[in-house]
Design a protein around this ligand. Sequence first.
Ligand code: CO8
Length: 378
Amino acid sequence: MTTTSLPEILISGSGIWTPSNIITNEELVASYNAYAEKFNSDHKTAIESGEMEEKPLSSARFIEKASGIKARYVYSKEGILDIHRMRPEFPERKEEQISNQAEIAVKAARKAMAAAGKTAADIDAVIVSCAYTQRAYPAIAIEVQNELGIDGFGFDMLVACSAATFGLHRAYDCLASGSAKCVLAINPELVTPQVNYCDRDSHFIFGDVSTAIIMERAETCTSANNYEILSTKAMTRFSSNIRSNFGHMSRATDVDPYGWDKLFHQAGRKVFEEVSPIAAIHINDHLASHDIKPADVKKYWLHQANIHMNKMVIKQLLGENVPSEATPTIIDRYANTASAGLLIAFHLHNDDLKKGDIGVICSFGAGYSVGSLVLRKR
Ligand code: CO8
């Protein structure tokens, strides 16, 4: 854990880009079920002989009940709902064109910069942190840096569900060490290309979004809405319960580069049961290091993977009957947006905090990874 005796480091602006396309549970389930029925009819003989497994049908009611998700925003909609395609469709861009991910990163970044009252000249580091980058190099962050006209340095980092919090941790470290004076940390979560829309258990989980944060030292801050970071805290513990094996090795191993295990897959129930207590203990310990009691926290901006998971974490921290304003939920509209969900919640639900109020940002999930920041409204 890092402490904030010196210097005072702030979040001074946030921004979000939301795709214009929405897919409701009903639309998604109708297309999946049409795909599954066609699959079962096309493979009737093999299914009857036991060579193949029947595709089970999905249910909009199950999805909302099990996860809290009602709809999701997606960058590209038609391909996902096309039962002959079952994946989004992106026209390939030429090398001289901006990449899709840099494009949505820039859109969120400009909003965060405006909120913090910063121009490109004020910023000297760009961190792009998310679950996937669409290429290995050059870094998306360097492309964003170039688009925005920022001097200094940029780099990409991948920490799945905890990419946003771990990115903010790195921004904090840059500012604390003096290697940067103002950091733009962005989470362009373009995850729908990695969703297996033919898998009933996971086809409903994800949506696309981009979030951005400006962090700087107190002496340069001009924004009226800003938060002191009291400290950051991270932990990781290896688990394959949430996994994607997509990667550059597929070319050499001669396997199908788009096989089911190369896409997102998980043991959702195990994740739920194992990660919730880890997250609650992590938050409790982080707050205790500042002599803050869980009940003294005004807002918990938590990872948005499952509404019941968040309720379980909050129950372990605060008991029953916690007002919903204390733990903003956006998963109903956005679904799981990998690492970005907690920053959507932060961006949309921080205006009722008063000077001195404490808030906690906390991610938990793949890795396993847990990352938190304790904030104080200034
Ligand atoms: N429709 C109908 N029935 C279904 C469906 C469906 N769509 N899906 C599953 N079922 C069935 C199951 O097959 C099972 O049937 P049976 O009892 O006959 O075996 C039954 O419903 C119950 O299944 P589960 O026990 O799996 O259901 P849960 O109540 O556990 O709910 C969830 C499933 C919603 C997936 C839940 O377990 C969950 O959300 N767990 C938490 C998982 C989590 O947090 N994961 C982290 C995700 S990773 C991340 O956040 C970001 C990094 C990765 C980015 C990747 C981008 C692509």
